[in-house]
Design a binder for this molecule. Sequence first.
Ligand code: UDP
Ligand code: MG
Length: 319
Amino acid sequence: MTAPDAPALSVVVPAYNEQEVLPEFHRRLAAAMEGIGLAWEVVYVNDGSRDTTLEVMTGLQRQDPRAAVLNLSRNFGKEIALTAGLDHARATEAVIVIDADLQDPPEVIPALVAAWREGFDIAYAQRNTREGETWLKKATAAGFYRVMQRLGGKVKLPQDTGDFRLMSRRAVDALLKLREQHRFMKGLFAWIGFPATAVRYDRAPRAAGETKWNYWKLWNFSLEGITSFTVAPLKVATYVGFAIAVLASIYLFTLVVRTLLFGNPVAGYPSLLAVTLFLGGVQMMMLGIIGEYLGRIFNETKQRPLYFAERYLPSRQAS
Ligand code: UDP
Ligand code: MG
């Protein structure tokens, strides 16, 4: 699919309402790419922004032949915008994925490229600090990584790593073979394997605009991560059921012995209610867990395309 004049590197940038930062982003990106000495393009993906992001992008594309614009038909979310960008990256050698909001400093890209030149297929940028983020967000993020680490089995998620990374062409091709609707990118990146290494950097606070995350979204993101990464929660019902059955038989045994020894002083309505409610709750919860998986199976079986592109303006020269 790659044209003869295809650049060596593509930079994929998903953006949703990023009109304020994009010009500054492009300036810093171009400056950072300068010293690498390879032909490059940047693929800006407009993920159904409600501001003038698209106009800013097409403006950049007009001025700079290295810029490409992919406009999605609506907002699909970062994961899918990213995948759409990867689908349209023309690079022959490697692709870099970076956020538009300058939280992932473009100045780190040369270090990623250096790691790739050493022979790694994947060079992921790993955060040293989380400046400008609340302790609650840091704590929940840390907890999330712990849980995933325990549940992940053979696939391990690198800690404090976002989507900011470089992937060799063959790693990108592998990733693009995974067309599931529920795209937990961290999990997909880890699943494909290939030699990978970390490049450490300091994550800056957002340059402008607002984060699209809130705790409800983060909770759903974690759910997405766990359910698309592992089926371990489905086993919880088995173990909880087993534990309750064991406890119940012990209790039953003591009841029989006590009745034989001391007679039956009755009572027990409150404990009966408590046990019934508890078990009802546990059963509902387990149904919910099964439902989470079932819903995802439902979405996957529809086999819909991941996105629709409204427009694609390719980059016009290799360097
Ligand atoms: N983004 C996107 N579609 C969305 C939400 C976000 O393409 O529906 C882009 C956004 O423009 C940014 C990147 O994904 O370039 C990361 O988003 P954000 O900064 O809100 O996330 P955070 O940095 O807080 O994880
Ligand atoms: Mg951000």
